[in-house]
Design a protein around this ligand. Structure first.
Ligand code: AHR
Length: 518
């Protein structure tokens, strides 16, 4: 097995040959705390797309599926368990053709529309502003609303903010009261358009930056509600878009700038993106290589942002990311319904470790999408629900919410597949408000376990416990018939040497571990 150093590549290069194959050293620098890992990087996204909302979250109060005021009880309970911090809605591409006034008032009299982006199906607008915001309250999450720039107006967006957040007497606040909600909701995250370089209007960055300034001006702060306005950001590596946003909008006018980056194993061509459950060893390696490229993409955009904003006032919001495969055979191609295997859990945990590393700039992220669409954490079928391997990573990693990032240094073997050479391990660590340390390690190598020594610098450790997610094959996934093929398990394999403060553990092939150190 070849060797590489992930973070200390140059410094440690000379020492690499001294290490045995299949061994790694991880240093956790407890004495050099970094920035806070915002819980909002554990955010989610639900679009009016396929069964992301209808059937997935909302079944309506008359449904025989157990529900509370129309929301599925099983889904609500699962989301509460992982403490989802925010939820982005109503799109996506759908956001820039959504007219919010069609989604208020008596449900039976709301106008219908065509969902042109997603299957051309009829959208009956039965899930609208009240249904979304009440759902957020039920789940205990913060709403992140994405307004319509592509086909909406400044007035329309301005009035939506007034309708939701104004407490006094005004036409919009009174309309909200007529529709059954007296007190305003609190909404801080407000997106001004989505993918305005593409489905959100096919604009040039200069044109969008001007529109952003215009629309954002009229999105007012009412009472003590403070909007955190988020500008539609670049697609993947388009640093020119970032440059224009930073230069033409400026740091004082936006709280955040978004980024969309999807992992598509075979690319966007006509030949297909690759199956969610059937993939070769090489396709797995390509998937992980593309996913790990998130680090490079964030670094490149951050460099541009740093030029204009060295104090890092503007948050980078990766508000769409995840694996995008071919839809499950026999399902509507416009509904983007895909399964999720252990591969996706490894991808998710590795991405979270990257976000932790960049937590001084990346302060929000939203996996696409929460239920029944793309890399979901939950799949539903009629009255059945299953939790995907990705869900279990959100559960395992919730200990990092709002904790302080502790920098890590990792010297680990390479995982080699054909011409693909990737660092087999990636890791991150944090310290929570009670002083408890959590160390998360991912071994993406599907065949080789790695003996790992973990040095805890500046940390006094008395005991260690852990959780692991793994399976005997990469393609293992949960099904409605067997919903527990893969789930979190206790990990007892870490040994703490109290004298040296060193931890030793074997990180199994294709696994994710989070250690709790007290
Ligand atoms: O998440 C699916 C789609 O991907 C979103 O609607 C759009 O923003 C992106 O292109």
């Amino acid at each position: 097995m070849k060797r590489s150093s992930v973070l200390l590549s140059l410094v440690l290069a000379g020492a690499l040959s001294l290490c045995a194959a299949g061994r790694a050293t991880l240093i956790v620098n407890g004495g050099e705390p970094g920035a806070q890992i915002s819980r909002h990087i554990y955010g989610h996204f639900s679009e009016h797309l396929g069964h992301g909302i209808y059937g997935g979250i909302w079944v309506g109060p008359e449904s025989s599926i157990p529900n509370t005021d129309g929301y599925r009880n099983d889904v609500v309970a699962a989301l509460k368990e992982i403490k989802i911090p925010n939820l982005r809605w109503p799109g996506g591409c759908f956001a820039d053709e959504y007219h919010w006034r069609d989604g208020i008032g008596p449900r039976e009299s709301r106008p219908k529309m065509i969902n042109t982006h997603w299957g051309g199906v009829v959208e009956d607008n039965s899930f609208g502003t009240h249904e979304f915001l009440n759902f957020c309250e039920l789940v205990g999450t913060e709403p992140y609303i994405c307004g319509n720039v592509g086909s909406g107006t400044v007035e329309e967006m301005s009035k939506w903010v007034e309708y939701i957040t104004f407490d006094g007497e005004s036409p919009m606040a009174n309309l909200r009261r007529e529709n059954g909600r007296d007190k305003p909701w609190k909404v801080q995250f407000w997106g001004v358009g989505n993918e305005n370089w593409g489905c959100g209007g096919n604009m040039t960055p200069e044109h969008y930056a001007d529109l952003y300034r215009n629309y954002a001006t009229y999105c007012r702060d009412y009472g003590d509600n403070r909007l955190r306005k988020i500008a539609g950001g670049p697609n993947s590596g388009d640093v020119n878009w970032t440059e224009v946003m930073m230069k033409n909008i400026g740091t004082g006018r936006m709280w955040g700038l978004s980024l969309h980056y999807y992992t598509v194993p075979r690319g966007w061509g006509a030949g297909g993106k690759g199956s969610a459950t059937k993939y070769s060893d090489e396709e797995y390696a390509i998937t992980m290589e593309k996913a790990l490229n998130m680090d490079n993409i964030i670094t490149r955009h951050s460099e541009v942002m740093d030029k204009y904003d060295p104090r890092k006032r503007v948050a980078f919001c990766v508000d769409e990311w995840g694996a995008w495969y071919d839809v499950e055979p026999g399902t509507n191609p416009g509904f983007l319904y895909q399964q999720s295997t252990l591969r996706d859990a490894l991808l998710c945990a590795s991405t979270m470790n990257i976000f932790h590393k960049h937590c001084d700039r990346v302060r929000m992220a939203n996996i696409a999408q929460m239920v029944n669409v793309l890399q979901s954490i939950i799949l539903t079928q009629d009255d059945k629900m299953l939790l995907t391997p990705t869900y279990h990573i959100y559960n395992m990693y919730k200990v990092h919410h709002d904790a302080t990032n502790l920098p890590v240094e990792l010297d680990a073997p390479l995982y080699v597949e054909g011409s693909h050479n990737l660092p087999a391990l990636n890791a991150s660590a944090s310290k929570d408000a009670d002083g408890v340390i959590h160390v998360s390690v991912v071994n993406i190598d599907p065949k080789n376990a790695i003996e790992t020594t973990c040095q805890l610098r500046g940390i006094t450790a008395a005991k260690v416990s852990g959780q692991i997610l793994t399976a005997d094959r990469l393609d293992v996934h949960n099904t409605f018939e067997q919903p527990e093929n893969i789930k979190l398990q206790e990990f007892k394999g870490a040994k703490l040497n109290r004298k040296t403060g060193e931890l030793t553990l074997t990180v199994p092939a294709k696994s994710v571990i989070t250690l709790t150190i007290q």
